[in-house]
Design a protein around this ligand. Structure first.
Ligand code: SF4
Ligand code: SF4
Ligand code: FES
Length: 457
């Protein structure tokens, strides 16, 4: 085990493990250092030379991403010398950049833009017409578009396919001015995690076909949530916005770092799952397919519950929040119903891999198990109350609480989905995680709990 030692950075003392990377300490302590090629998930590569710092006793500035912390180390991250070095390197990085920021989707979250404002502000020595031209719209596959002119050749994307997915689709070909990212001959970017290269790319060279030209990032509001695509429970950001005269809309899911769960990444299917969430929503109460007011639906539910007293089954979706499941259990107890949550329907072995994806495609099945809820199908009952479970079951009468439309000739209550509500989930490794409410619709859809509080039994 390496020892904690003192290190002085900009005249202030910090503690760090001997032999650990200097750049990790700078990032952890939020000491500003520019970098393109280093990424905590990929390790150092040393190719961009942006992360230069001065180290006492060393003749020349050194890159922080390949410097190991040693005893008696004194580092300077600011000062005229180091800032001049950064300006010069940045000028080189930008030498052939097309400066098309106004039409670039990365604008607003681009490292090149930030560093130019911090260290650049130099006069360009190469005019736009003299810059080397490369391809601007290369469809790499898997929803990823490459703009070769904006690339700073940091190799994060190629290292991702080499070190993380081991699929090796990407490489840097050519030399000097001709160097560019490309897929290997005859290949496309094609792996279940491919879109993570868009987040890894520090500039606007890799953009998502799904998000391109859809929203400017500075209009988006961001909320912390958990993907419900499988029981892994990857941590995500939900980026959403209410455009004037329209409803609150989700524009993208992005990975949120959690070293205990998903690290830095999410799978593409989870990333794109926000689309289906927003389609075919159940927005109004229905009786035999006809729209009714919520009060009428509640009245009808009370009548059915009274009619089938002692012959009622409740079925619960294993994606609901723990708070919702507990509220349903309390309700079921009051009406003396049997409670079930069949879990077999969520198993999809072909989805599983050895990175993140789980065969169990229910985000909160661990809570169903922990609460000892019967995971068998209900025996046929008089009244079946289904809380968004994907299966349909036989019964004389049905009440369905649904987030999305389904062809059920029953009494239907619309309920908020997970992005319209907050709550907790336990993932397949037993980790309790919290989701914040992201979406506030113009016409709000009630939560399960709000409806159950109104049903008098
Ligand atoms: S495309 Fe982006 S991630 Fe890939 S090398 Fe270029 S700048 Fe780096
Ligand atoms: S692995 Fe599962 S939880 Fe993670 S992003 Fe994919 S579907 Fe969502
Ligand atoms: S981050 Fe250190 S050389 Fe690129």
């Amino acid at each position: 085990m390496s020892e904690e030692i003192d290190i002085v950075i900009d005249s202030k003392t910090y503690h760090a493990k001997e032999g650990s990377l200097l750049i990790d300490l700078l990032i952890k302590e939020k000491i500003k250092v520019p970098y393109f090629c280093y990424h905590e998930s990929l390790g150092p590569d040393g190719n961009c030379r942006m992360c230069m710092v001065e180290i006492e006793g060393q003749k020349r500035p050194q890159i922080a991403c390949d410097t190991f912390i040693e005893p008696n180390m004194e580092v300077r991250s600011t000062g005229k010398t180091i800032e001049k070095v950064r300006t010069d390197i940045l000028e080189l990085e930008l030498i052939n950049h097309p400066v098309d920021c106004p039409t670039c989707d990365q604008a607003g979250e681009c490292s090149l833009q930030e560093y130019y404002m911090d260290y650049g502000l130099h006069e360009a020595k190469v005019s736009i017409s003299d810059k080397v031209k490369h391809k601007k719209h290369v469809d790499l596959g898997s929803n990823v578009i490459l703009d070769q002119e904006r690339c700073v050749l940091c190799a994060r994307c190629t290292r991702f396919t080499d070190k993380i997915t081991h699929t090796h689709e990407l490489g840097i070909i050519g030399r000097g001015d001709d160097a560019r990212v490309s897929t290997m001959p005859g290949r496309k970017l094609d792996n279940p995690y491919a879109m993570n290269v868009v987040d890894l790319c520090p500039v606007g060279a890799l953009t998502s076909k799904d998000f391109r030209f859809v929203q400017r990032v500075w209009f988006l509001q961001t909320v912390n949530s958990i993907c419900h695509g499988c029981a892994k429970g990857c941590n995500i950001f939900i980026d959403h916005n209410r455009v004037k005269y329209q409803d609150d809309v989700i524009y993208r899911f992005r990975p949120r770092r959690n070293d205990e769960v998903n690290g830095f990444f999410i799978c593409d299917e989870g990333r794109l799952s926000y689309k289906a969430l927003q389609e075919n929503r159940q927005e109004t109460a229905l009786l035999q397919g006809k729209e009714i007011r919520e009060e009428e639906a509640i009245q009808e539910a009370q009548t059915l519950i009274q009619k089938y007293k002692d012959n009622i089954s409740v079925v619960i979706d294993a994606n609901l929040y723990s708070e919702e499941i507990e509220a349903i259990l309390r309700f079921a107890k009051k009406i003396n119903a049997s409670v079930h949550s069949p879990l077999d329907v969520y198993i999809e072995e072909s989805f599983k891999d050895d990175m993140l994806r789980s065969a169990h495609r229910a985000a909160n099945y661990k809570t169903i198990e922990a609460l000892h809820i019967d995971t068998h199908e209900p025996k046929s009952s008089g009244l079946l109350i289904n809380f968004n479970h994907p299966q349909n079951f036989n019964a004389a009468a049905h009440i369905d609480f649904l987030t999305h439309q389904r062809d059920v000739p029953s009494l239907v209550f619309p309920i908020a989905d997970y992005t319209e509500n907050s709550g907790t989930l336990t993932n397949e490794d037993g980790i309790l995680q919290k989701c914040e409410k992201a979406i506030s619709r113009n016409l709000p859809i009630p939560t399960v709990i709000e409806i159950l509080l109104k049903v008098k039994v």
